[in-house]
Design a protein around this ligand. Structure first.
Ligand SMILES: [Zn+2]
Length: 358
């Protein structure tokens, strides 16, 4: 809505009747299109809670309290910058893993972020690590920790075996696995941003991005990460995690990582508003659509360049080329069809709305 106001103010210098009409037309147009794009929705999951204090440790620090503080602070920052935020819990209550995943899935969120702290019998162990779902540490994108630190500290309440998963059919197991694999690239991207920020901004020891079979990550239908913010059992790190300063710095780092992630996947909160300025129709060639997010690199699209993407609901649509001229875009459609996209077709964008041309 800030954009609407600044645009309208621009005309305040010459408030003739005509200008006023323009303002009203623009305002109504902007208003309509502002609501056409749903805000980026993030579910923040503070681990544990209620009867479940989290990882046991001798320091008296409670994981459930630390992670709730970080979650609430992160949520506040995200809300202030126009995102939609849902918490699995915003107070000290117990929730099952199933309830947590259900909240995220029913909200059809764009991201699921679970926040935890670690504990280990050796108090010298410290650092942060971020998990994505996966049973095999095989992806080249993974920043694998050095061998001596390459221990996966499964949060005991979050092991896949902890809560039995009873699917009603074989397909549902396959479906869930495929679903999370679809989002793996995005989950890894966000996890890398989180770890990078911890390392660069906060000088934290980076234990890396890891794959693990966390139940709650497996059962969410969106890019999902689980952050182990640090070790409560390490005296220095424990004190840091338990401090207001530490919690604020950690939530700042996660916040910045989410903003970077939104830019990287080209998520635009004001996609429709921008296209509203175009006059009147922009044509593009739609070449692909699906649940999978792909980087707009020519090698992902059989060598085609000049690519763009929008998200509609849970589907990403991919386009080749862009032109005001229908004649021009028809040539581009032929080129796309001749180069590996036999079903390519022309779409138009008008007032931020997509329609099919042929
Ligand atoms: Zn935990």
């Amino acid at each position: 809505m800030t954009k609407v106001c600044s645009k309208s103010l621009f005309f305040n210098h010459s408030l003739t009747g005509k200008a006023l009409l323009i303002i009203i037309l623009m305002f109504s147009g902007f208003l309509e299109s502002s609501f056409a794009q749903k805000p980026f929705k993030i579910v923040i999951d503070a681990g544990h809670g209620g009867k479940d204090p989290g990882r046991p440790n001798k320091s008296g620090i409670k994981e459930k309290d630390i992670v709730l503080n970080i979650a609430l602070d992160l949520g506040k920052k995200l809300k202030n910058s126009g995102n939609e935020v849902l918490y699995t819990r915003d107070k000290d209550v117990f929730l099952t893993l199933r309830q947590r995943a259900k909240i995220a899935n029913e909200a059809d969120a764009d991201l699921f972020i679970s926040i935890h702290c670690n504990a280990f019998h050796d108090s010298s162990v410290h650092g942060s690590e971020t998990f994505v779902y996966g049973l095999h540490v095989s992806n080249a994108n993974l920043n694998i920790a050095k061998k001596e630190n390459d221990i996966t500290f499964l949060d005991e309440h979050y092991q896949e075996t902890q809560e039995s998963f009873n699917p009603s059919s074989t397909e549902s197991v396959i479906g869930l696995t495929l679903m999370q694999e679809e989002y793996l690239d995005q989950s890894i991207l966000l996890a890398s941003f989180v770890q990078d920020n911890f390392r660069k901004d906060l000088n934290r020891k980076n234990r890396g991005v890891k794959q693990s079979g966390f139940w709650v990550l497996h059962n969410t239908y969106m890019p999902s990460i689980l952050i182990e913010a640090g070790f409560m059992t390490n005296p220095n790190e424990g004190a840091y995690l338990n401090s207001k300063k530490g919690q604020t710095e950690i939530s700042n780092s996660i916040y910045d990582a989410i903003i970077k992630y939104k830019k990287a996947i080209n998520y635009s909160d004001d996609f429709d508003v921008k296209s509203n300025n175009q006059n009147p129709i922009t044509y593009k060639v739609q070449i692909a659509a699906g649940k999978r997010w792909l980087e707009l690199k020519s090698y992902n699209f059989k060598g085609l360049k000049d690519l763009s993407r929008i998200k509609q609901g849970t589907i990403y649509k991919y386009f080749y080329s862009s032109s005001k001229s229908l004649t021009e875009i028809k040539k581009k459609k032929k080129y796309a069809r001749d180069n590996g996209f036999p079903n390519a077709y022309i779409v138009g964008f008008e007032n931020g709305k997509l329609f099919e041309v042929d």
